[in-house]
Design a binder for this molecule. Structure first.
Ligand code: ADP
Ligand code: MG
Length: 710
């Protein structure tokens, strides 16, 4: 038995010219936002009064005037038709982790005429059948209806396919009783909570109310492999990751891929992705080779959080679809290949007040005091709720990064860098000294320490790092929607801001700065255990973290439990981010999702082991036994020993493989721990066999092919 399919794939790739498909065009700035119903389009297509009202809603967060819905719907439809659309959909984000869409055409007929129509009601609410989305018991089957509600703060856009286009309206998705069934609803609520808390805190510094904007720049990592290999891997097809595969001799140990020259075929793909994203008004900015072979990154310019979350969902979709056009498959899984780096989604997060980024160390004394206050509040938030932050990045894929053999570790800690840590130390000791680093700011408030002007140290191993003017949460997985971690982050920071504001509001003006310093000092003393500037991969760190009492939840199942403690439910209810039932339902959905995915992995592995690997090994074993029989019957003295040795090795491995397949099969009826254990055992056997079965008989594309031939 030989497997020519792998060789055929290699040959076909070798004959490719690395050129873009015909018709491909350069990314063009003139196209930027052309498929978005943005302010320019609104202004052009809407009556002036309606435009002003809609703009006020989008920019100022004012409630939408229902009276303009009809005008907006009409304008949106006319605009969409002018751009080739004939259908529309409410576009939403159920708890599957993907986006969802159900298309309706604009068609209306009265029996003899057909027209294209779209009403205010069509725009504002939809009633998709929600019974087949995960709801964790929130929606009983007799009340299958779900409601999608237009989110005017994220602009409608057009999705194109070969011969048509669809108007997509970003919406929130909830049950008949108003409970969130999606990821957007809690995100919007958490943004509001953080906005309110920030305003309260700023009032303590005598600042007038301004608009609060939470900002996000998500760095998206992904792998690209040739589709011809992908189609030969049932594990990739069904689970997004390889369940088998021996590490190749060379993978990432030479550190030669990161920031390396980008291959032409990949660059063509990236250009096309940017072209698509620019049309959608998504500010794709940075592209580069990542650490692992065949791994890449795309980073947009940061945007308002709700929009950035929607945009990231689209980025993942455009990456996948464009990859397909270029003969690639884009793998967004957190750990598609064992033994090389997995993919994350660095969550660069900050809060702006008016035009000022609150995480920018300022250049006047008042601003510095605000910066230190914000920083201390965030230190408190992360220390108090490290477990919640961890729970926000759970998932079957991410378990292979966090807490496994790759970073960031599952222990949440904060990195501030040496300079800022020095500042925090001074604050704690209450002994501001002139800062030894160059370029420091003079601080008018004597009691507060000086701030380094450029605290841009880099540390790549910390889960939660201050990077100059923002925090970078590095634990989220590459496939995960951004909303999850940010809902948690916003809520715990809102809570810390509220507490801070309540305390500061009581300080008499004359003593404000002295009392502020004392208060910040207390916070630092109490919560500094969360700060860790060292190497998060170092083995000693986990012991040190345990001594500090920092939680270390290695797996999804452990980490998810904190979602439903009374304390945490009370926290989310206080800020109207989640109701109890919503949290309980999410807990159930995420647990079930995890269990189901593990079970699918087990089933796929079993099929591959029994129906692909076993027959390949058995065939080779048979050949060896035949050869041995022949050699012995001809009384050959040479070669029989090695034939016997190899046949025995494969024969024994066949028996082991068979036993382990049966064990996996039994484990599939039980809990995930048993399945995972059986999976890892059978994988070890198969990966070892890969090194002994003739290359042309191995039924699965190998790591060295998938990761290097493209
Ligand atoms: P790195 O060196 O960590 O890769 P980059 O300069 O590539 O950092 O930036 C990472 C991301 O952080 C980008 O998406 C960038 O737009 C975003 N970013 C920058 N400033 C902010 C901010 N104030 N709020 C949120 N994200 C930001
Ligand atoms: Mg970064």
């Amino acid at each position: 038995m030989s497997n020519e399919k792998r060789y055929d794939a290699v040959k076909a790739i070798a004959e490719m010219k690395g050129t873009a498909p015909c018709g491909a065009l350069p990314a063009n700035i003139d196209d930027y936002g052309e498929d978005v119903f943005n302010f320019a389009a609104m202004q052009k297509w809407l009556p002036k009064a309606a435009f002003e009202k809609l703009k006020a809603t989008v920019e100022g967060g004012l409630p939408l005037d229902p009276a303009i819905a009809g005008d907006v719907a009409h304008a949106m439809k006319e605009w969409a038709i002018s751009r080739g659309a004939t259908s529309f959909t409410h576009w939403f984000q159920p708890l599957t982790g993907n986006t969802a869409e159900k298309h309706d055409s604009f068609l209306e007929t009265d029996g003899c005429h057909a027209i294209l129509s779209f009403s205010g009601k069509n725009l504002i609410v939809g009633e998709p059948d929600a019974s087949s989305f995960p709801s964790g018991g929130l929606r009983s089957t007799f009340e299958a209806r779900g409601y999608t509600a237009w989110d005017p703060t994220s602009p409608a856009f057009i999705k194109r396919h070969g011969n048509g286009a669809t108007l997509c309206i970003p919406t929130a998705f909830c049950s008949y009783t108003g409970e969130a069934l999606d990821r957007k609803t809690p995100l919007l609520r958490s943004i509001q909570a953080l906005g309110n808390a920030t305003k309260k805190l700023m009032r303590c510094f005598q600042l007038p109310d301004e608009k609060v904007t939470v900002t996000l720049g998500p760095e998206q990592e992904y792998f690209l492999i040739d589709k011809r290999f992908y189609l030969q891997r049932p594990d990739l097809l069904q689970t997004g990751r390889t369940l088998f595969g021996a590490p190749p001799a060379k993978h990432q140990q030479l550190e030669d891929h990161y920031f390396g020259t980008i291959k032409m075929r990949v660059l063509n793909f990236m250009n096309e992705v940017e072209r698509e994203l620019w049309k959608l008004g998504i500010p794709a900015k940075t592209r580069h080779n990542e650490v692992a072979p065949a791994q890449f990154e795309l980073a947009p310019i940061f945007e308002e959080l709700n929009l950035a979350c929607d945009h990231n969902m689209l980025v993942m979709e455009v990456l996948r679809q464009t990859a397909d056009r270029y003969g690639f498959v884009c793998l967004m899984h957190e750990k598609p290949f064992a033994g090389v780096n997995g993919s994350g989604k660095h969550n660069n997060w900050s809060v702006s007040y008016g035009k000022r980024n609150l995480l920018n160390p300022g250049n006047d004394p008042c601003q510095n005091a605000i910066f230190l206050t914000i920083l201390c509040a965030i230190i408190e938030a992360i220390d108090l709720h490290a477990d919640l932050l961890r729970s926000a990045v759970t998932g079957v894929g991410n378990d292979h990064r966090l807490g496994a053999n790759e970073a960031p570790p599952a222990v949440i800690s904060m990195y501030l860098g040496d300079q800022l840590s020095d500042v925090i130390d001074q604050l704690e000791k209450g002994e501001p000294k002139s800062n030894k680093h160059g370029g420091t700011l003079r601080i008018g408030v004597d009691t507060l320490p000086a701030l380094p002007q450029d605290a841009t140290d880099r540390n790549r191993t910390s889960p939660f790092a201050f990077t100059g003017n923002k925090f970078e949460f590095r634990a989220p997985g590459s496939s995960q929607p951004c909303s999850g971690p940010n809902v948690i982050l916003n809520t715990i920071v809102a809570d810390a801001f509220e507490r801070m504001a309540e305390t500061l509001a009581k300080f008499p003006e004359a003593e404000f700065h002295t009392l502020l310093q004392n208060h910040l000092q207390r916070i630092v003393k109490q919560h500094k255990r969360i700060i860790f500037n060292g190497d998060g991969y170092a083995p000693g760190w986990l012991e040190e973290a345990a001594r500090r009492g920092l939680p270390n939840f290695k797996t999804t199942m452990e980490a998810l439990k904190v979602l439903t403690t009374d304390e945490n439910i009370a926290l989310f209810e206080k800020y109207n981010v989640f109701r109890r039932r919503e949290l309980v339902s999410r807990y159930e959905v995420f647990m079930e999702d995890y269990h189901r995915k593990v079970k699918i992995e087990g089933e796929v592995a079993l099929e591959i082991a029994r129906c692909m690997i076993f027959p390949a090994v058995a065939a080779e074993y048979g050949k060896l036994v035949d050869a041995l029989g022949k050699a012995e019957s001809l009384k050959f003295s040479k070669g029989t020993e090695s034939l016997r040795h190899r046949a025995a090795l494969l024969g024994e491995a066949l028996d082991v493989l068979n036993r382990e397949s049966d064990a996996l099969s039994r484990a599939l009826n039980g809990e995930h721990e048993g399945i995972l254990l059986a999976l890892s055992r059978i994988r070890a056997t198969v990966d070892e066999l890969e090194k002994f079965v003739p290359d042309n008989s191995w039924p699965l594309p190998k790591y060295r092919e998938m990761l290097f031939i493209y």
